[in-house]
Design a protein around this ligand. Sequence first.
Ligand code: NAD
Length: 382
Amino acid sequence: MTDMLAIADNDDLALQTVRVDLGARSYDIVIGRNVLDQAGTRIVNLKPGARAAIITDETVGKLHLDRFRQILTDAGVETTALTVPAGEASKRFEMFERLCDDVLAARMERGDIVLALGGGVVGDLSGFVAASVRRGMSFIQVPTTLLAQVDSSVGGKTGINSRHGKNLIGAFYQPDLVLCDTAILDTLPLRDFRAGYAEVAKYGLLGDAEFFAWLEDNWQAIFAGGPERDEAVARSCQAKADVVAEDEQEAGRRALLNLGHTFGHALESAVSYETERLVHGEGVAIGMMLAHEFSHQLDLLPKEDVTRVERHLLDVGLPTRIQDIPGQLPPAETLMDIIAQDKKVSRGNLTFILTRGIGQAFVEKGVDPSLVRDFLSEKLAQ
Ligand code: NAD
């Protein structure tokens, strides 16, 4: 047995651990305010003697890199830092190639660690680097956006964009550890916090009515950074971990996590991913509203539930209508073309996540495209 360093037992640190159960590839997500203070000790215990290539973006780097490196150095972890520009454009081949070369140039071995310090962009890109260099290095995620903490760092999807579309090149590659420091979200701009919150609300809406009701009562404390924030992150990670453990490669149930995403992705694509107009979580919020309204139109869902979802999204300041997106949008036919190209389409059938009530989403294969087109035309005309 290796010598384990004692992890400081600090009363100020109330931590929660979510285990992602994937057999030999299982790992822990440790959540709490200032859990980063323990990062060095935890890494030494997990990978004794390993060095770490920290990949971050310029914004997160300026705010958090020095302190983070110091924490690792203090625990005896040797680090090298690699920085990419902030934003989605970094999820591309050239950046991937540069990072792979830089990790090799730093003489990192297979047992050394690629460590992602950043949002979903850094996490997806770094994970793909970790999966590829030397056919798979150790990978640790320190997600710094709410979206990354509750969604992109859980489940092992990594990758980059291609000129043919988003996230089309990549690998399923699970990390060895995820550290979610909820205090690091204090520096996140409100718009990004809200966007991540759309994914938190999604977990309630897709399968946990009690969690959604709890969010309705506690969202202000979550935004303010109270212990409720830790609770919301932990419950979201647990919800995603449960689905991923059942269906790692998205053969079935994992598709539920796409609630609101088919419409949301189409809207993101329709604005050419211009984040001034729409960020991913805002697309998801509008998409979730559309999924609920469409379910109501199909007589699956009572109107009161549609109203309740809208009220909550509006309360937290998220957009709920296509008209909330600034500027012109293409007609329904174009949105349908985008939806048809979506990777969730199999053999011409549209797969949608519909719902029978709050917390009662289900996967519906073979939705009639003409119903969706008419619904979208109606929504665009409102
Ligand atoms: P992001 O990584 O671009 O971060 C958003 C912005 O916040 C960036 O400008 C970043 O520099 C800044 N930022 C990050 N942390 C900060 C902090 N603590 N303080 C201040 N600023 C901070 O975007 P995101 O929303 O985190 O992630 C979006 C990406 O995640 C997309 O590329 C999407 O495809 C991907 N994604 C992946 C999965 C998956 O399962 N792998 C799931 C959902 C989304």
